[in-house]
Design a protein around this ligand. Sequence first.
Ligand code: DX5
Ligand code: ZN
Length: 220
Amino acid sequence: MVEIAPSILSADFTRLAEEIAAVEHGGATIVHVDVMDGHFVPNITVGLPVVRSLARATQLPLDTHLMISEPGRYAEQFVEAGARMVSVHVEADPHIHRTLAAIRKKGAKAGVVVNPATSLSALDEVLQYADYVLLMSVNPGFGGQQFIPASVERVRRLRRMIEERGLETRIEIDGGIDLTNIEKVAAAGAEIMVAGTAVFGQGDPAGAVRGLLNATAQLV
Ligand code: DX5
Ligand code: ZN
């Protein structure tokens, strides 16, 4: 089942609750929150207090994408703040097995994130401990970047890896997702589509979510 996870990075931060209500109205079922520390990635966004506030503002599951160094120090705090999904970059955490286990123990879904230039073989030993893999289809740090076309093949290969191992791991994709590529990544096996600019960039977030969902509707 395809789900749309609007990234609030491209929303109007003075009206986050309204923006989230609008995308929910359009059919979004997850809210993607990009946490950046200015260290792991060259940009700073939001942290725990904003996640705490968002958890009060919506019933939708909050999906926190941690683009931070030493994610193991903070992952559990994001669950305590109200995140129902927490993902950690494989490039940022030498003890990712421990971090994923800690997220699950707190009661949230644990995700592993891979950058576009990271080999999928980096997932070999951790795939079985993750509820989902977040494949980056741009280099993390900013919204509004162009989708890297090789990502479609990476989704396909990851889907094969998951099936060969008989796992239930879901695939989420993030970066440059829009009407021109969503059908391709869905057909390749991605289920959770993060979209920032494509949802909040046109002035009609509910309609944009509806459009993205419709674009994948005939695939089922
Ligand atoms: C990029 C973030 C993305 C970003 C997506 O570092 O992880 O979630 O907000 O935005 P778009 O859809 O504009 O590429
Ligand atoms: Zn993200």
